[in-house]
Write a protein that binds this ligand. Structure first.
Ligand code: FRU
Length: 485
């Protein structure tokens, strides 16, 4: 079967590989003014396989420079080694000894998946050319438990005990194992966390981040992220707690599952290490697999700035599109930013200007007299296809509803994605990031996020406001980001 190109689904302001498959983001590290993104990549085909690390860099998290594969699969007579997910650290004081000429090396820590041996172990590799290419350490593996499913190491420097900390997944035990190391080569087991929370699927891609609470830099809590999901269960869950250099202890009731995202597409997210302004910026892989895209498959989310907030439900994660993205947005907008205030909508509403289905909208709805309000991503002229998103005031839900544009006989419940959220004095705020085939909706200044993939027709005609009952758009700002391929 010949693949059909789908340029109308190629995101304009999100990362995609120029061609072929991607899944997880890997090795996110900020270096010399640039965000480095490595990613799970099949360099040869538009489907999962030949796992290697693709590479790209960006100064503003919107425009990406595509670079050669940084860590390719290794094939010998007896062994195939796939380069699975992992992280990269800048080894500032050359603890590893891999540095040359006084220049600190970058060290990649990742899982070597060896299908013939049915084995996963942790490998390291180092770069002396700023991250363009890596050499495998000659004494790999650095951690080997002779296990089949043991993967996705994520490493950071922990100042108080002057050592590197690794979180790595004991996939089928639903546990995160913590290791410590002085040199990135010799690792000692520190502790285990789990099982806890959601355990119906294997645990993958764990990572631990210190986050500021309520904007107070002196108040830090640690958040442990774990990707695990499928068949309508959570995709990424998180635990808020304390970390003393050895053990992570959750402060929440650990059997209550906290979800990072309420859509069906956000997975395997990790954060940049060493990002400027002390930001903790999370990037996830977006994919729900309902359609083929070609000549690429898989994309990254918009990067999220993370923080913690004290709420009636305890400490919860807050996520907004990264300020590095919002600061650069005007550079990429075509035409003027559209600004409107106090628009009355009652029923099928106003068509918004623009085309190409690449928009960014910040809007505030007054929903006191409405049952629902939001946007329709309108289908091709002459059809009544649409994706509806917005706020359901009766059910108190932020939602994305794809039932007007797609059928999914296997799992129709996937077509409606919701997040519980309350209006504040009758006002609901939404940010809508529609980028051709990806749709990310942020509610109430980052309280809830729904990320999904939608597949509008090639000649789909843009966006319209809608409501059930009388809603007022208090304010709306809209950037048209249809900047071609
Ligand atoms: C998550 C994952 C990881 C693994 C990688 C392989 O999507 O399954 O656990 O390292 O993808 O591509």
């Amino acid at each position: 079967e010949k693949a059909v190109p789908t340029p109308h689904w190629r995101p304009a302001y999100h990362f995609t590989p120029p061609a072929n498959w991607t899944n997880d983001p890997n090795g996110l590290v900020f270096l010399n003014g640039e965000f480095n993104l490595y990613y799970q990549h099949n360099p040869f085909e538009n489907k999962w396989g030949h796992m290697s690390w693709g590479h790209a860099t960006s100064k503003d998290l919107i425009a990406w420079k595509h670079l050669p594969v940084a860590i390719p699969e290794v094939i010998t007579k007896d062994t195939t080694t796939w380069i699975y997910s992992g992280s990269v650290v800048l080894d500032k004081s050359n603890t590893s000894g891999f540095g040359i000429n006084g220049k600190p090396p970058l060290v990649a820590i990742f899982t070597a998946d060896q299908p013939k041996q049915k084995k996963e172990s942790q490998f390291i590799a180092y770069s002396n050319d700023g991250g363009l290419s890596y050499k495998q350490y000659s004494h790999n593996p650095v951690i080997d438990l002779n296990m089949h499913d043991f993967r996705d190491p994520n490493v950071f420097w922990y100042q108080p005990t002057q050592q590197w900390i690794m979180t790595v997944s004991m996939v089928d035990d639903h546990m995160v194992r913590f290791y410590g190391s002085k040199n990135l080569k010799d690792w000692n087991k520190l502790s285990d966390f789990g099982p806890a929370g959601f355990t119906k699927n294997g645990w993958e891609c764990p990572s631990l981040l210190p986050l500021v609470v309520d904007g107070n830099p002196d108040n830090i809590k640690w958040v442990l992220f774990v990707s695990s999901g499928g068949e309508h269960g959570p995709l990424i869950q998180y635990f808020v707690g304390d970390f003393d250099g050895i053990t992570f202890k959750s402060v929440n009731e650990t059997n209550k599952v906290l979800k990072v995202d309420y859509g069906d597409a956000f997975y395997a997210a990790i954060a940049w290490r060493d990002a400027p302004e002390n930001k903790k910026i999370l990037l996830g892989w977006l994919q729900n697999g309902r359609q083929e895209t070609y000549p690429w498959k898989g994309q990254m989310s918009i990067p999220h700035d993370l923080s913690l907030k004290t709420t009636g439900d305890g400490l919860v994660l807050n996520q907004l599109p990264s300020v590095f993205v919002t600061r650069a947005l005007h550079k990429y907008a075509t035409g003027k930013v559209i600004e409107k205030t106090n628009i009355d909508i009652n029923g099928a509403g106003l068509k918004l200007p623009g085309n190409g289905n690449a928009y960014w909208i910040d809007a505030e709805f007054d929903i006191r007299n409405a049952r629902k309000a939001g946007f329709n991503v309108v289908g091709k002229a002459g059809t009544d296809k649409k994706v509806t998103l917005g706020y359901d005031a009766e059910k108190q839900l932020l939602f994305v509803d794809c039932t007007g544009s797609e059928k999914d006989n296997k799992s129709p419940e996937n077509l409606i994605q919701t997040a519980p959220m309350k209006a504040i004095n009758g006002i609901v705020k939404v940010k809508v990031l529609l980028d051709r085939s990806s749709l990310e909706v942020f509610g109430n200044d980052g309280e809830k996020v729904i990320s999904t993939m939608i597949y509008p027709d090639k000649d789909a005609t843009g966006l319209a406001l809608f409501s059930e009952g009388a809603a007022v758009v208090k304010s709306l700002k809209m950037w048209n980001l249809n900047r071609g391929e």
